[in-house]
Design a protein around this ligand. Structure first.
Ligand SMILES: [Zn+2]
Length: 203
């Protein structure tokens, strides 16, 4: 009974026990992805999460983009972008941008560290269930990669009007998006709860 998982596509109960390292399970009836087992899955989550946190700190400390036109230079920072939207009369949009590109990704990364460290060192912590539920609920609300694609699309337009210089923060945020996605991909919902069950069964 322990290794049964209900398919999200068709509700079939599938036995996903005894998966080999780095193998995935798919529903035999509808082909829906069920779970991916990686022996070092939690170590990967922690490594990518820490890398993403460091890159986000770097992205927050340097200029994101600068524009030069007719001798005038304007510098944009990651934290300045939501503030600029507020100054141009769109405070709600500024708040939404800050929430989806900085606040939610930061929360998810902190929760990942709070889950993966106790699981790796085999220590029970009172917040484990709440943090795990929160990380899976929040992960659909992060738009870091959407933001980077949006910036790239708008750059094509701006480049015809002004000279654009990509700052350290732009590259750091792009690398952050990649590490963030890799951390999300490495955090498998089913395997994570299995590890929590195993940890609690030991105590
Ligand atoms: Zn199915």
């Amino acid at each position: 009974m322990d290794n049964l998982i209900a398919c999200h596509g068709c509700d079939l109960l599938v036995d996903v026990g005894n998966l080999e390292d780095d193998s995935r399970a798919y529903c035999p009836r509808c082909g829906h992805f069920l779970t991916r087992y990686q022996r070092d899955g939690m170590s990967r989550v922690l490594a990518y999460a820490i890398a993403a946190i460091v890159l986000l700190l770097v992205a927050s400390s340097f200029p994101f983009l600068s524009f030069k036109q007719a001798g005038l230079e304007s510098v944009m920072t990651l934290y300045g972008a939501p503030g600029s939207l507020a100054r141009y009369g769109m405070p709600a949009l500024g708040l939404i941008v800050a929430t989806f590109i900085i606040i939610v990704p930061s929360l998810i990364l902190l929760l990942m560290v709070m889950i993966s460290v106790p699981l790796l060192i085999g220590r029970r912590v009172p917040w484990m269930h709440a943090a795990t539920r929160a990380v899976f609920a929040l992960q659909n609300w992060s738009m870091a990669e959407v933001f980077i694609i949006g910036v790239l699309v708008s750059l094509v337009k701006i480049m015809s009007l002004a000279t654009v210089i990509l700052g350290i923060s732009f590259w750091a945020y792009s690398a952050f998006s990649i590490c963030f996605i890799l951390a999300l991909v490495s955090l498998d919902r089913y395997q994570c709860w299995q590890l929590i069950d195993q940890l609690e069964a030991q105590a």
